[in-house]
Design a protein around this ligand. Structure first.
Ligand code: 13P
Length: 250
């Protein structure tokens, strides 16, 4: 484990979830009330569910996060959601720079950095995603790509604020395959070094989450890896029965 205060297990529901899915969130909260977890637990549902989930889970151990935000606080940006709006709806965290947004919407490190600034402005805790593609890994560039993303996506304003970095190798997202323990450790150690290079002392405490095909069966082994301070979980976070054993793997 890392030297961060408390590991974070966050579920990214991506574009999944209707009102009926709130029952899964409630089941998770009830299980954690009956038996508290060592980890912090968060769910990041689609924006349409944030307010309802926040009300339903008020007072529970489950924190709520958004999946993206616009850098501006308000304005003529049809279809977009600001950090302030997420916070107003009850979110406390926000995922930024997910590879699906970097690839699908051309989000650059500079844009992600601006979004991190917006999250901090709104009092949200950013979870900043980095990760190499398969082609980059095969070219031997995984560590260099990820270190550059850390340096470019984190404004110095995060120093002293709660935030985390999620290492999500793009080739492992939704693929069912995960890197070897050695590959995870190599990149997490490099992320820590990049954080310290960028932020000094403040780079030492942030949790570095692993994401990409985390399942109940592999979570415990991943959590033991040096500099792994939690997980960002996609598909396996949609059902409480799958997510709970991952939460308890810490
Ligand atoms: P999966 O857990 O479905 O591979 O997704 C990982 C992810 O992208 C979380 O943000």
């Amino acid at each position: 484990m890392t030297n961060s205060p408390r590991p974070l297990i966050a579920g990214n529901w991506k574009m999944n979830g209707l009102g009926a899915s709130l029952a899964e969130a409630t089941a998770l909260a009830q299980a954690l009330a009956a038996e508290p977890a060592a980890a912090r637990v968060a769910l990041c549902p689609p924006a349409t569910l944030i307010e309802r989930m926040s009300r339903q889970l008020a007072g529970s151990a489950v924190e709520i996060g958004g999946q993206d935000c616009r850098a501006e606080a308000s304005g003529a940006f049809t279809g977009d959601v600001s950090a302030e709006m997420l916070a107003d709806a009850g979110a406390r965290l926000v995922i930024l720079g997910h590879s699906e947004r970097r690839a699908g919407y051309g989000e650059t490190d500079a844009l992600v950095s601006a979004k991190v600034e917006a999250a901090l402005r709104a009092g949200l805790e950013p979870i900043v995603c980095v990760g190499e593609t398969l082609a980059e890994r095969e070219a031997g560039q995984a560590v260099a790509v990820v270190a550059a993303q850390v340096a470019g996506s984190l404004p110095t304003a995060v120093a002293g604020k709660p935030f985390s970095v999620a290492y999500e190798p793009v080739w492992c997202i939704g693929s069912g395959c995960i890197p070897t323990i050695e590959q995870i450790e190599e990149v997490h150690v490099a992320v820590r070094a990049a954080l310290v290079a960028r932020l000094g002392e403040a780079g030492k405490g942030a949790a570095i989450l692993y994401g990409g095909s985390v399942k109940p069966a592999n979570a415990a082994d991943i959590m033991k890896v040096r500099e792994v301070g939690g997980a960002l979980v996609g598909g396996a976070s949609l059902k409480a029965a799958d997510f709970l054993p991952i939460v308890r793997a810490v």
